[in-house]
Each structure stands twice: as C-alpha cells, then as structure tokens.
Design a protein around this ligand. Structure first.
Ligand code: MSP
Length: 513
C-alpha cells in the first residue's frame, strides 16, 4: 500500500478563519479522501501557526496571555474544519512540545555545522510583516508600502541561515525535478526568482522585541523567526510515524510559495540532510470584486455563513466545482446559488426524489430486478463507463472542477433518461412488456443514483451517507468495486422521501404602498 502524506498550510490564528483557510482544508480533504478510496495509506496533517508578533500583539490587545489566546483561537479553526467534515488525521500546533523539540534540534544541527552564523544587522524592519526590508522595496520617495505598517531602522546582532550558499543547489534541483511544483507555471516563477542572488535569512528575533516564539537553543536571548519555526511542522508532525516522511504534497496558497515553501523549506531540509517533500500543490485565491478575500477585507458576503444557510455539502461542492486548482476565482452569492439550484437541487436532488417516489409508488418501495435493457438503458450505461473512466484520472490530476462537471452530465442524462422512459406511463399499463420495462427503469435510475453518489462521495460525504441510508444500502470496502454498474440495489427497501437540497427562499421583496 502506497504511503501518501499530505499537509495543508498551518493557519495564523490571530483572527477568525475565513473562506481562504476553509477552501485549502476542504481541497486537501478531498484529495485525502480520494487517495484513501483509491487504496493509499493516507496521513493528513493540518494545524495552527501559533507563534509570532501578530499573536503577541493580538493577545496583549485583549489583555490575556498568548497561550490562552491561541488555545481559544486554534480551537475555533479546528471546530470549523470539523464542521466542514475535514477528516484530518492529526492537528499540529506549533506551541506543542513535540514540535518545539524538533525545531530546536534542527536549529542546533545547522548551528553546529556552521550553516547558522551571528552577524550585525543594520537596516529596516517591518513589525507587521515580521521581516527585514530591502532598499529595493522602498518607494522612490523614500516611503514604504502600506503593507509593511510601521517601519523602523534598527541595528542589532542576529542569527542568519546561509541560504545563499545553497542557491545553486536549489536551481539545479528545480531544473531536474520539473514536476516539483503544481501547476507548472508556478515552478517557472520560482526559477525566475532564483535568477537574483539570495540574501541569507535572518532566523532570530531578540526577546526584547518578541517573546512569543521558540527560544534558540544556542542563545536563549532570541526566539526563532516564525517561518523557520512554522515550516518544520510538516516534519515534526510525523517524526514518530516511520515511513510517513517525505510528504507527497504540501498544499499551500500562491502567496506563500516564494520564498517560504519554494526557497527556505527545501534549503532547510537539504542542509539538514532530510529528504525533500515530493511536491508543492499551489492553489489560487478566492477573490471578492477582484481582491483577495481575507479577514481584514470586510467581505460583502461572508462565505462561511453559507454553510449555515445551505449546509456543508453544498459549500464543499461549490468550492471545488467553481475553482480550477491553481487559478483564482470570484466568490459571489449569485454564482453559489446558480450551482446550488441547477446542479445540486435540480440534478441530484431531483434524481433522489424521483427514485424514491417512483419506487414507492410503483414497486411498493423495493427496488425491482432489472429486465432486459433497451437502447436507452444501454446508452446510459455506456455514458456511465465513460464518465467514471474520465473522472478518476481528472481527480488524480487535481482537475476536480472538470471531474464534477462530468458527474453532472451523467446526472442530467439520467434525468433525461427518466423523462424518455416515462415510468409513470408504464405504470398505468397492464401489458407484461411495459411492466418489465417499468422494473428495468426503476432499477436503472436507482443504480445510476447509487453510482453517481459513490463517484462524488469525497466531495459531498454527508449527502452520500444520507442517500445511501435512504436507499438502504451499505457500500462495500473497495471503492472501485462500487463503481461498477450492476444490481447492488436489487430488492433493497427505500425510504419514501428525502429532502436533500431544499430550494432557497426567494429574496424577500419589499412591500409597496
Ligand atoms: N501561517 C502561514 C502558513 C505557514 S505554513 C508552514 C500562513 N497562514 S495564513 O493563515 O495567512 O494562510 C493560510 C493559508 O490560507 C495559506 O495557504 C493561504 O494561501 C491561504 N489563504 C488565505 N487567504 C486566501 C484566499 N483568499 N483564498 C485562498 N486561499 C488563501 O500563511
């Protein structure tokens, strides 16, 4: 069994979670569920990035200790992921001893082997971004872009990690591993970035300025730079799991590819002698009116409110159906409603209703055995085989949006099949041939529904469970076996009805007069 270790970025927990955080965890969950059902031994790690200036500042603003602050905020993130059915295997917090121990070990090793050195730093520092700034980042008029917040000039001794020494190695590595970063164009961005010489990375912050961090093992007057600390979570989270490392994919947003994940992290690992992850999967941003959505943008729609309104499955479905992994996407309530109505309520919801309703009406609630298939059944079965055979490779290549589109075509065609076969007409006829065809049509629609839901169960797990429950069906352990057209529902007793995706109420209209 192949081992498949997948991670998400660990979120900064100095605020409340928003759709960007949620999307990444849902996307990773869908990949993890897909690989599990394909038979891989999956380990899925997510977690919280709990150190750094922003946490220290937010905790002080609330007058509580940083540990208490992150205990509360981390729990909020975690609760959201649980609610969204993100089935992670482990949740790591960078304040945990298991993580701190490994960060200190890595630092000590790099220090002992001479890859970390002490030097005087003089220059500009942005507290908001927790980073040292370079002259080229300054505007021609001498001012600094707003994103840096307050910028102060400082002179202080600090510790530096020898990034530059490994620049040639990294360029060579990327040239030889063309598929290290998905999508490919992101890898080219990194290669471009590496055409300029790298600066060594300042990995310490003096305690007078920042207390909330992991103390350097070789100088307790400093804490570790938050990125150097955070990246190590991917490794510290599995040191006790033999065979898990290296990760198959680190799933991250495009804003944290260069330099942290594509430059610092590979160099940190290479210098320490730890194998590199096999790939970085880089997703785009959810935008609102063209701008990145974040906790500070004061979003017009709060996407997470849609979870309360339309349910977890509809939310997960929309995120994955709408976003082409790697690209950006606009989040609008209108588009959410379009997908909800036409794909979930109409296509899927309708098929569920019709199957339950007609099986109850015409067959006493038990799915009958299919008689001989006619042309209509044969062509629906052929479409199923095509759909399934395209769907799986699309998911393997992270083309979930297209995969779901194919699943929707199959559902649309199944509904069209029902229209054409018109079981309600056959039900009125006493002719044995019509009765046989009625049985065939009921068995066909039930089987098509069972297959369609098996196909998309990693995207809409709760709906899959509910549909299987009303069909009186328990799927077997081997997913691929579940995707074979057959007679698995023969004789099962179905429930009379299920409201799965209720129609949203039309927006309240203003009363005139
Ligand atoms: N703590 C760092 C990551 C450390 S990983 C060792 C961090 N945290 S974050 O909370 O700012 O972002 C967490 C993830 O959410 C990132 O991968 C980021 O790209 C993603 N998103 C944040 N806003 C986003 C959107 N609007 N859209 C999609 N994802 C974005 O960075």
């Amino acid at each position: 069994m192949e081992s498949f270790y997948i991670t998400t970025a660990i979120d900064y927990v100095n605020g409340t979670p928003h759709v960007g955080h949620a999307y990444e965890k849902v996307l990773t969950d869908i990949i993890a569920r897909f690989r599990r059902q394909m038979g891989d031994r999956v380990h899925f790690l997510t977690g919280a990035d709990e150190h750094g200036q922003k946490v220290q500042t937010s905790a002080r603003a609330r007058g509580i200790a940083p540990q208490q602050y992150v205990d509360e905020t981390s729990a909020e993130f975690r609760a959201l992921y649980d609610r969204l059915e993100v089935k992670y295997d482990d949740f790591i917090r960078t304040t945990e001893p298991r993580h701190q121990k490994i960060v200190r070990q890595v630092l000590q090793q790099l220090f002992d082997q001479g890859d970390i050195y002490r030097a005087e730093y003089c220059g500009f520092y942005s507290t908001r971004q927790e980073q040292f700034l370079q002259a080229k980042e300054r505007r021609p008029d001498g001012s600094w872009p707003e994103i840096f917040g307050e910028v102060t000039e400082i002179v202080e001794p600090n510790y530096f990690f020898k990034l530059r020494q490994y620049q040639g190695w990294l360029s060579e590595f990327l040239a030889q591993n063309e598929n290290f970063i998905f999508p490919r164009f992101r890898q080219n961005e990194v290669i471009e970035f590496l055409k300029e010489p790298l600066n060594d990375l300042c990995i310490s912050r003096p305690k007078e300025r920042l207390e909330w961090g992991i103390p350097l093992p070789f100088d307790e007057n400093y804490v570790t730079y938050v990125w150097f600390d955070a990246l190590i979570n991917y490794y510290s989270g599995v040191v006790d799991r033999p065979g898990a490392w290296p990760a198959r994919w680190h799933v991250i947003g495009k804003d944290i590819l260069v330099p942290p994940h594509a430059v610092y992290w590979p160099i940190m690992l290479h210098a320490t002698g730890i194998p590199l992850p096999k790939g970085l999967l880089v997703h785009g941003w959810w935008l609102q009116s063209g701008a990145k959505m974040s906790k500070s943008t004061g979003a017009v729609v709060n996407p997470l409110a849609l979870v309360d309104e339309f349910g977890v499955d509809a939310f997960r479905y929309f995120l994955i159906r709408e976003m082409n992994v790697g690209q950006d996407s606009e989040f609008t309530r209108e588009q959410f409603l379009v997908r909800y109505n036409s794909e979930l309520a109409n296509n899927l919801g309708n098929l569920v209703n019709r199957t339950l309703n007609m099986t109850t009406r015409f067959a006493g609630g038990a799915v009958p055995a299919a008689g001989a298939a006619g042309d209509l059944e044969r062509s629906l079965q052929a479409l199923w085989v095509k759909t399934r055979d395209e769907f799986i490779p699309l998911c393997e290549g992270f083309q979930f949006h297209t995969a779901l589109e194919r699943a929707m075509v199959f559902l649309t065609d199944t509904n069209a099949y029902i229209e054409k076969r018109a079981p309600w007409k056959l039900g009125k006829s006493a002719e044995p041939a019509d009765q046989a065809l009625l049985c065939t049509s009921l068995a066909t629609m039930a089987e098509a529904l069972r297959l369609a839901i098996a196909l998309i169960q990693h995207v809409t797990p709760a709906a899959a469970k509910r549909i299987n429950a009303v069909l009186g069906y328990t799927p077997g352990p081997v997913w691929l076996d579940e995707l074979v057209w057959g007679a698995k529902l023969n004789g099962v007793k179905v429930a009379p009805a299920l409201v799965l995706f209720p129609r949203p109420l039309p927006p309240a209209t203003e009363k005139k007069g």
